[in-house]
Write a protein that binds this ligand. Structure first.
Ligand SMILES: [Zn+2]
Length: 492
């Protein structure tokens, strides 16, 4: 049996949301009285009859729900009906169920393990995954149409559906490769040799245009999403194996990290707490290129949030942060929790202990699923010492600029506030500034070769520069990509 993982991986971005109500978690979350919740409760209590009735009800309401089919297979198996259990399992797989570990380890399927239907599924697993990948790609084609690019990354087992140009799509694929290499070395080293193997289901990575993204957000999160879409950066659903991102920078990195992390957790048969899920993924949202070009997670607007809490004496003790339930974490004040979880991981990373922590955590998951004991072990400190040291470190961090300040370096352009996900659209020029060949409507995508997909990234890159310096600005104009040489102006 398992729960739907439909709400995992929602990235929360855009500081503007701090002032808004936060409808998404509520919209996606179970009320406790839904058929799924009733089924899980009854199943846990050994009341298979009630569980079955609830699951059948759930399937009436949502006929394509393969998690419900899978759960129904479990119930039928526990009730001794291996024939229907086997059929139901086949249906679940046909509709997209793709977790071999769950299938082969779930004790509720034990009565089914000698059944020919079960054995056929396990033996033909590669074929099942291939077929599912083909179906997912077909569905993406139906959804996004012929104007999109559709590509496969055989090594990482990713399918791309991109509404952007071949150049931009290639840049995104390179970014995903970079994040993968970083994560394998700095997070999963010592835990996994690789996280893209033959048994891993393919993941669809959708890179929709802003318009298609907004439509998707509306359909997924309901009318509540209207007008709030800037607050949803992206989403990864580990059941459907689909990643959708609203921007090609921080959100793409965050969501792709969810893919790798879920692959890891799935293999280990673990479901990690929300601070681990969101903190690890938020960690790689903002990075600086290191000397060898590899990502180095950097302080960002999120660290500012944590720092602000520390200054106000409101920073959660590590002991409390690690046990915040998901509904609180993503509930009314998500930015505070995301910021603190990211800052804590940045602290662990800065001490070079991230991979050691992850390994310890996953090896001792049964003893301490919160991750606190592993923090103590990896850092060699008690929880109280971590609190003190972490707070001191946080307060020593520089405040990261979140807007171009008067007197600092500026491109001399005004930016359309809505953003495109790919870059920043020029809406006007500041008087007396040299345009360097840029035009209104151009989408700025790079500064000196560094991708700037959203305003925060642009501000962080410009903060390292001074007025009068010359930078190369990468932009897209219609279908064409180009570069312009721009002398940085003093912001007024
Ligand atoms: Zn997330």
């Amino acid at each position: 049996m398992r729960r739907l993982r439909g709400t995992t991986g929602v990235a929360v971005v855009a500081a503007a949301l701090a002032a808004c109500a936060w409808p998404y978690a509520a919209a996606g979350q179970d009320e406790g009285g839904s058929p799924e919740e009733r089924a899980i409760r009854a199943f846990a209590a050994g009341d298979y009859e009630t569980a079955e009735a609830a699951l059948r009800r759930q399937l009436e309401e949502d006929p394509g729900n393969f998690v419900a089919m899978y759960n129904l297979a479990c119930v039928r198996a526990m009730r001794g009906d291996t024939a229907e259990a086997g059929e139901m399992l086949i249906r679940a797989v046909e509709h997209g169920f793709a977790d071999i570990r769950q299938l082969t380890h779930d004790p509720h399927l034990a009565p089914l393990r000698g059944d020919p239907r079960y054995l056929a599924i396990v033996q033909r697993w590669d074929e099942i995954l291939e077929r599912r990948a083909a179906t997912d790609l077909d569905r993406a084609r139906e959804r996004f149409g012929g104007g999109y690019l559709y590509e496969r990354d055989e090594r990482l087992r990713l399918l791309f559906a991109s509404g952007f140009s071949p150049e931009t799509t290639a840049q995104c694929r390179a970014e995903v490769e970079r994040i993968h290499a970083w994560a394998m070395e700095e997070v999963f080293a010592g835990t996994h040799e690789e996280l893209a193997g033959a048994q891993d289901a393919w993941v669809l990575v959708a890179l929709p245009t802003r318009r298609d993204f907004e439509r998707w957000a509306f359909e997924t999160y309901g009318p509540a999403a209207r007008g709030y879409t800037q607050g949803i950066g992206g989403h990864y659903n580990h059941d459907t194996k689909q990643l959708v991102t609203g921007d090609l920078g921080a959100s793409l990195r965050h969501e792709f990290m969810h893919v790798l992390h879920w692959r890891s957790a799935t293999r280990l048969g673990q479901i990690h707490p929300v601070w681990v899920q969101e903190g690890l993924c938020a960690l790689i949202e903002d990075y600086d290129p290191g000397p060898d070009g590899r990502p180095v997670p950097a302080p960002s607007w999120r660290t500012n949030q944590a720092r602000f809490l520390a200054e106000a004496g409101k920073l959660l003790k590590v002991r409390d942060l690690v046990s915040v339930p998901r509904e609180h974490f993503t509930g009314t004040r998500p930015l505070a929790y995301y910021g603190q979880a990211r800052a804590l991981f940045l602290f662990v990373h800065a001490r070079g202990r991230l991979a050691a922590w992850y390994r310890h955590f996953t090896e001792h998951f049964r003893e301490d699923p919160t991750g606190l004991a592993s923090l103590e072990a990896a850092l060699g400190m008690s929880a109280e010492e971590i609190d003190a040291e972490y707070r001191r470190w946080l307060l020593s961090l520089p405040k990261v600029p979140e807007e171009v300040r008067v007197g600092s370096a500026s491109l001399g352009v005004q930016i359309d506030a809505t953003g495109t996900g790919e870059g920043l659209t020029i809406s006007a020029f500041v008087p007396r500034s040299a345009a360097g060949g840029l035009r209104v409507g151009d989408v700025i995508t790079h500064v000196d070769g560094r991708a700037v997909r959203d305003y925060y990234e642009l501000v962080r890159v410009l903060a390292r520069r001074s007025p009068g310096e010359i930078v190369e600005v990468g932009y897209r104009r219609g279908r064409l990509h180009g570069t312009a040489t721009v002398t940085l102006k003093r912001a007024e």
